[in-house]
Ligand binder design. Structure first.
Ligand code: DGJ
Length: 534
């Protein structure tokens, strides 16, 4: 469907009223510092997969769906390309978006749409041709030497107006074209900021840089206002350029996001290219102006239309990975990992994300186009490479709502194996769950040595004071009473599955299957464990 900004009034009124009560708009709720994404009014865990950048074209979708099926995702992240969506000023083409909606429904998955608008990885490569041809009107950012960088200026008023109009058109279209709520969330821009520079030095940027930063930004960064700082450098010293760029980019995106949200209040977020959480350095060694761990608080005060700021985590070591989860999983920021590496060692971190209360997780580059975002020599993606993620999703999907609810209620703990830690302890008051990696299934468990590769993972959720849901891979889980002199006794270990919220027992584990603890291999198994002491 092609349409223009001047929708006839009647059609517009009909579109705006298309809000059937059966599918309420997805939303994020927060309670006691924990978060849940509600889809159809129930907690929903995003078992995601993001396609490669150029894969959301109708001609390419046949290479997407088999990979989505192989990984067992329930949600697919697909870009919407501004250059395709607005081929000439004010003329919007939703044909590709409509194809995504139709095919996602046919494949029984939800969508998260990624608005590749003003920013894509810090550049403006997805601006339509008619904008690219007019650099005077839609300018690039100027570096300290007043040379343009390959990055849009966050002070370009015409670019902002155009992005607001286009993103609004997208949200308006979704509102009338998606009463089913196939789309559950929208990412506004993609890894915004600037690579290779720190901030914009355009005339408008320079003018504002010499004025005092907004009081809310000063407060967010715990800067004293007596005496009031004269300008950004006065307030923030050597961090001033980076903070200024973060404020400018987030201010721009707030305008885009707020305009879209006013039309259709889907959850919105921005993703971030990260800095090293252990040795951060300073920009330009990382992208400046995005929601990096040190500028989350700027984004929070400047861009309230965004429901969350999301880390793209391509780190593979557990120390860094867990640090990033700590940074972004906050009472004021629902944790969602919209991109992560597709390697086998990354799949385990899905459990770490659950343990940090995440609402979703999504490896990047999941399609069979043959493109792999790794150094040359990496093999093409296939079902075998996706298997570690498929294990996660096949285990969780049948009890998706239960897991999301247990997370939201603060009842669930989950861990991934860390090479340096062959066992983990999870505390549940009078009970402690001990997760061990690298043990044989039969025999004592005092000296776990870790798996040959750290691929183990486990989750334990408290269903009742002495009852737990336990699942995992490549690990042993056992329980210990923390009450003095009391020993753990398995009353019942039921293997089974949830169906519409009810746990159905398939068999009981006993004898060798429980005498040494509960051993999980590569088989997707879910246990309901009832304990007592003696
Ligand atoms: C992060 C970006 O957000 C993605 O769109 C993609 O470019 C990956 N990096 C690298 O493949």
């Amino acid at each position: 469907m092609i349409f223009t900004r001047l929708l006839p009034a009647l059609a517009l009124a009909a579109a705006l009223s298309a809000q059937p009560a059966s599918h309420p708009i997805p939303r994020i709720v927060t309670s006691n510092g924990r978060h849940a994404l509600l889809v159809d009014n129930a907690p929903y865990l995003i078992l995601g997969a993001q396609v490669n950048n150029s894969s959301a074209w109708p001609s390419t979708l046949p290479k997407v769906w088999p990979a989505i099926a192989d990984i067992h995702a329930n949600t697919v992240e697909m870009p919407v390309y501004w250059e395709q969506f607005e081929p000439s000023p004010g003329r919007f083409d939703s044909t590709v978006v409509d194809t995504l909606l139709t095919q996602a429904r046919a494949h029984h998955v939800h969508l998260i749409l990624l608005w590749f608008g003003t920013w894509k990885n810090g550049s403006s490569h997805y601006m339509p041709l008619w904008m690219k041809h007019d650099l005077a009107r839609y300018p690039l950012l100027l570096d300290a030497n007043h040379r343009p960088l390959d990055s849009p200026s966050p002070f370009a008023a015409a670019s902002l107006d155009a992005d607001i109009a286009a993103f609004s058109a997208l949200m308006r279209h979704l509102k009338q074209a998606d009463p089913q709520r196939t789309v559950i969330m929208v990412q506004v821009e993609n890894e915004p900021g600037v690579w290779g520079g720190v901030r914009d030095y355009s005339a408008e940027a320079e003018r504002i840089y010499e004025t005092p930063p907004p009081a809310a930004v000063l407060a967010a960064l715990h800067k004293s206002t007596s005496p009031p700082p004269a300008n950004w450098h006065d307030a923030f010293g050597q961090d001033a350029g980076e903070y200024f760029q973060s404020w400018a980019v987030s201010t721009y995106i707030q305008r885009v996001a707020a305009a879209g949200k006013a039309i259709y209040a889907l959850p919105l977020y921005v993703n971030a290219a990260l800095r090293d959480p252990l040795k951060p350095g300073r920009p330009p060694s990382y992208e400046s102006g995005g929601a990096t761990d040190n500028t989350i608080s700027i984004w929070k005060v400047t861009a309230p239309a965004l429901d969350l700021l999301a880390p793209d985590i391509y780190m593979r070591d557990s120390v860094r990975y867990l640090k990033v989860l700590d940074y972004y999983g906050r009472p004021d920021n629902p944790l969602f990992i919209p991109e992560t590496g597709s390697g086998a060692l990354t799949a385990r971190f899905f459990f770490s994300a659950l343990g940090h209360g995440a609402i979703g997780f999504s490896p990047f580059g999941i399609d069979y186009t043959g493109f792999v975002n790794a150094p040359l020599g990496a093999s093409r993606l296939n079902a075998e490479a996706l298997a570690p993620f498929a294990l996660n999703y096949r285990l969780i999907e049948p009890m998706n709502g239960e897991i999301a609810r247990l997370e939201f209620d603060g009842k669930l703990q989950a861990v991934a194996e860390r090479a340096e830690n062959p066992s983990e302890r999870l505390s549940f008051g009078p009970w402690e769950a001990i997760v061990s990696f690298g043990l044989a299934q039969f025999g004592p468990g005092n000296h776990p040595k870790g798996n040959p590769e750290p691929v183990g993972r486990a989750l334990v959720a408290q269903l009742a004071p002495d009852q737990f849901l336990v699942a995992g891979y490549f690990c042993r889980v056992d329980f210990r009473s923390t009450l003095a002199g009391r020993q753990r006794r398995f009353l019942e270990v039921e293997e089974g599955a949830y169906d519409h919220g009810v746990f159905h027992r398939a068999r009981l584990w006993n004898g060798d299957q429980t005498d040494w603890g509960l051993n999980f291999t590569s088989a997707p198994q879910v246990l309901r464990v009832t304990l007592s002491t003696y």
